[in-house]
Design a binder for this molecule. Structure first.
Ligand code: GDP
Ligand code: MG
Length: 174
């Protein structure tokens, strides 16, 4: 038997504007909860969760930015060795969508060129406040060869799917 308790280990990094729900997505997935109130900062750089996909144990090391989301303040060290990036915006916040090209420039500059990127539109529970229509986001993701998914960290909608889809894609590309 192997000394390792997993078949695959992947590093997943969350990026996107402050307030879009990155920390809530990570906590929903790793701890099964939606943090009450503001200030969902977690005191650690990363969280671990192991999932099973087709009988194989996939260990996910998930890095959250913990409040350093300003462009260029997250440096290469954060992106280095990331296997996947979750680029998140808030569907109720046009600004967070309009910043995506800036994040893509960062990815281009700092991430390795095999990185798998998924674009995530979060907060779909707030449908009546939606500012970015789904088709527009899908088309944008398409032009950048990114996967696209809409989630709600609050309602636990598509959060599990987000990480499992990503893990499947990473296994396929491994
Ligand atoms: P981060 O700065 O990207 O890490 O964003 P946070 O995870 O700290 O979330 C920012 C704010 O958005 C907090 O007030 C959260 O409660 C709220 N939030 C996060 N995800 C959702 C969601 O799916 N739905 C709703 N309605 N609010 C959310
Ligand atoms: Mg955060």
């Amino acid at each position: 038997m192997s000394t390792e308790d997993y078949d695959y280990l992947f590093k997943i990094v969350l990026i996107g504007n402050a307030g879009v729900g990155k920390t809530c997505l990570v906590r929903r997935f790793t701890q099964g909860l939606f943090p009450p109130g503001q200030g969902a900062t977690i005191g650690v750089d990363f969280m671990i969760k192991t999932v099973e996909i087709k009988g194989e144990k996939v260990k996910l090391q998930i890095w959250d930015t913990a409040g350093q989301e300003r462009f260029r303040s997250i440096t290469q060290s954060y992106y280095r060795s990331a296997n996947a990036l979750i680029l998140t915006y808030d569907i109720t916040c046009e600004d967070s969508f309009c910043c995506l090209p800036e994040w893509l420039r960062e990815i281009e500059q700092y991430a390795n060129n095999q990185v798998v990127t998924i674009l995530v539109g979060n907060k779909i529970d707030l449908a009546d406040k939606r500012e970015v229509v789904r088709q527009r986001a899908e088309e944008f993701a398409d032009t950048q060869s990114m996967l696209y998914l809409e989630t709600s960290a609050k309602e636990s909608d598509n959060v599990e799917k987000l990480f499992l889809d990503l893990a499947c894609e990473l296994i396929r590309e491994a």
